[in-house]
Every structure is written in C-alpha cells, then in structure tokens.
Ligand binder design. Structure first.
Ligand SMILES: NC(=O)N[C@@H](CC(=O)O)C(=O)O
Ligand SMILES: [Zn+2]
Ligand SMILES: [Zn+2]
Length: 422
C-alpha cells in the first residue's frame, strides 16, 4: 500500500507532500494508485521512539500486553518502544528477549525492542546473558535492571566493561537502596514529614548518577541515566558531559510537569518511582532538556492493574501511564521547544541511544516511512477510559492537552487514522 501525505508542515516548517512506496520507504515522487492522507494543517514528525516502556507480558497480561502496549504507543505517535526487562519471568536470556521481539512483530504496530536485564532475575549479583541477548535475533543493545538499581559498583563496572565490546549501553535506575529503600514512597522533604510518608531523598539518585559517570569514564563505556528527577543529577550530568564522558539521560513527561504537592490528597495515581519532586527540580529538568544536558524524553509508561494501584498510598504500586499523552504533556511543559527540538528529544536522539538505525530518521527520500502527524492546536481532554492500555493509572485524566496525534504511519502502514487505531 503506497501513500501520499498531502500538505503537512514538515517539522512545523514549510508545507510539503510526503510519498511512501509500497515497500514502506519515503520516496521522491508520488507512487501511482496511492492512498491520500490529507494532512493540511498538521505537523509531520519522524515517528516517536520511547526508550522506556513497561509492557507486562509475560507475567502480568492483566495490566498490559505487548499488543495493548503497542496500540497505546501507536496512538501516542510512537513507531518504536523499548520494552523494559522487569517482566515475569525477567528478560534475562536470549530466548526471553527473542520472544518479546517476536510478539512485537506479531502485533505489528510499532517496533518493540526488548531491553535485556543487567543481572540474572534483576537480582543485582550475577550478570545476565548480555552477549547472548545481543547476538540473538532481537539484537539487544540496551540493558537495564529498571525497577531496581544496579547498586553494587563492582557489578555495574563489569556490566559496563562487558557491553562496551559490542557498543551496548546500560540504562540505570539510579536509586541508592541504602538512602532510599523499599519503604520510601515519595520525595523526602517538608511535605513528606507532614504527610507522614517515608521519603526518598534526591541525594539517593544523585550519588548513583555521580558514581556511574565515573564508572563510565573509568571503563570508557556508555551509561544512560533513566528518569532523571533532580536538579543535583542535572548538575552531575552537565559536569560529566563537559568532561567528554559517554553519558546520556532521559526525563519523563510527568517529571517535567507534575510536582510533589499533588500528594496532599494521598492519591496513589501520583505514586511513581522516582517520586514527583518540588518545582525547583522540575525547573532544572526543563532547562536541562532545552540545553541538551538531558538528551531525551522517555515515558516510563508503567501500567498497573486496579488491585495493585488502589491501595493506601504506602502500599500502592509505583508507576503511571504515559504513552498516549507524552507528546501533549511535553508540549504543555515546554511550549518554547520547536518541533525540530521535539523531534530531536522524542525521536532522533532516543533512536540513536538505542542503536535503532531504522528509526528517528529525517523525513526524506530513502528513510523508512515512520511518521506521526500532529494537530498542534487541537484541544484534548484526557479520559482514562478512552485508552488502549489495559490499565487506568493515568495521572492526566481530566486534564486539557494540545497536540493531538491524528495519524501514525509505521513502516509505510497507517497504524492510527483520525486518532483511532486503523
Ligand atoms: N516507574 C515506576 O514507578 N515503576 C516502574 C519501575 C521503574 O521504572 O522504576 C514499574 O515497573 O512499574
Ligand atoms: Zn525505574
Ligand atoms: Zn521504568
């Protein structure tokens, strides 16, 4: 099926047509017999790439499957997502990684790239089958124990040395467990004291970020900092990048917009790891994303079933949905970002970090046709029940956003048409 995408404004600049041939590539001239998509007034961006998605398959298919997560991703304008390894069983073998990759292909809505665990069973002690996962059909290049921190410095050092051999990267969930243990459930500060909730101080993140950039320097390997949440981590990253250390970092949409004050109602929808922080941190994160200290936006889409989330705040699961709202939230948090910047932080750079050569490519002849078409001005009221996700832990429910995803094209196939799954 070939396509003519008519009159879209490319990266918010001049309007033009995009032509897609039946092999799924962008081409110079209109193919004959093509379907026409009227994109007048819409902004065309390269398909979005999410470095950090939790699908719950295998193990918790009641919360999300690879198919429903792929649907949510397509509706959010994504054409590739990295599926975190903290499933049950954990993605810590070549077989497990290949299975996720295959199920993603079967769903066929976005590229699903498995993230491999750093340690066996996320246990933090023995390295997982890093090399075998890399050499499998899934071609894993990003490794993470996300949900848990690789807290043992010796294990982290060995993981960095190991992945260096094939150009892999370790994505770290930075949380020193001796400073923020399993009871810690919200930002440690004046408010956590008042609410009587055990706090998770920013320093628990910052000491790991600082340690890991030094380990990256020492090993000459590459580290990626997942969901950066504090001004102190930004300072460390800025320093490390100035030294030429091979470090990249991501921030979530929710850490760019929501603050810890939301916790006064004890609503577990706002319970997330790392926790929502005060406004000073949010301001530092926005500045860092704008100036390139933080490289990418990643959703940390973390679906949870009702019976895991609807509990007293201290007992509820950590995490919130993000795939379907990410673009609108980023636009709201950072209205001064140009569309070129949005494409950089949500598509080009994440694709480069993950080593996905086919994704995050310029909208030019020869590139695979991964395209999202956005109505920049359309107003949306988020409804948690109008979601492809199987879960409902949506912190944006009832909020007004703009930048509606109208159409998504994955490898030349329309996956979303007029805001609905095609
Ligand atoms: N972000 C979260 O609050 N939860 C994530 C784990 C994680 O990203 O640390 C999850 O798997 O639910
Ligand atoms: Zn995490
Ligand atoms: Zn996560």
């Amino acid at each position: 099926m070939s396509l003519v995408i008519k009159g879209a404004s490319l990266l918010g600049e001049q309007a033009g047509d995009l032509y897609v041939d039946d092999s799924g590539l962008l081409v110079e001239a209109a193919p004959s017999g093509a379907e026409t998509i009227d994109a007048d007034g819409l902004v065309a961006l390269p398909g979005l790439v999410d470095l950090h998605t939790h699908l719950r398959e295998p193990g918790r298919e009641d919360a999300e499957t690879i198919l429903t997560g792929s649907q949510a991703a397509a509706l959010g304008g994504y054409t590739a997502i990295l599926a975190m390894a903290n499933t049950s069983p954990v993605t810590d073998t070549a077989e497990a990684a290949t299975r996720v990759w295959e199920l993603g292909r079967e769903a066929g809505l976005v590229h699903v790239q498995p993230v491999g665990a750093v340690t066996r069973g996320l246990g933090g002690e023995e390295l997982a089958e890093l090399g075998l996962m890399h050499r499998s059909r899934a071609g894993v290049t990003v490794f993470s124990d996300d949900g848990r921190c690789v807290h043992d410095a010796r294990v982290m050092r060995r993981a960095l040395e190991y992945v260096k051999a094939f150009g892999g990267v370790v994505s770290q969930h930075s949380q020193d467990p001796s400073l923020a243990g399993s009871a810690a459930c919200c930002h440690e500060g004046e408010l956590s004291g008042r609410l009587g909730l055990p706090g998770w101080p920013g320093i628990a993140e910052e000491v790991i970020v600082a340690r890991d950039v030094m380990l990256a320097r020492h090993t000459g390997s590459r580290v990626h900092v997942a969901h950066v949440s504090t001004a102190g981590s930004v300072e460390v990253l800025r320093w490390a990048k100035a030294q030429g250390i091979d470090v990249t970092a991501e921030v979530t949409p929710h850490h760019l917009l929501l603050t810890t004050d939301l916790l006064t109602g004890y609503d577990p929808t706002y319970k997330v790891n790392p926790p929502l922080r005060p406004q000073e941190d949010v301001d530092a994160l926005r500045g860092a994303l704008a100036d390139g200290t933080i490289d990418a936006v990643a959703t940390d889409h973390a679906p949870h079933a009702r019976h895991d989330k609807e509990h007293a705040f201290v007992d509820a699961a950590f995490g919130m949905l993000g795939l379907e709202t990410a673009l609108g939230v980023v636009r709201m948090a950072m209205p001064d970002l140009s569309w070129t910047d949005v494409a950089r932080v949500m598509s080009l750079t994440p694709a480069r970090i993950a080593g996905l050569a086919d994704q995050g490519r310029p909208l030019a002849p020869g590139s695979p046709a991964h395209v999202v078409l956005v109505d920049p001005d359309a107003a949306i009221t988020v409804d948690r029940d109008a979601s492809a996700s199987l879960s409902r832990n949506n912190p944006w429910h009832g909020r007004h956003l703009t930048s509606r995803v109208v159409h998504t094209v994955y490898a030349g196939r329309v996956t979303v048409r007029d805001g609905a799954l095609a």
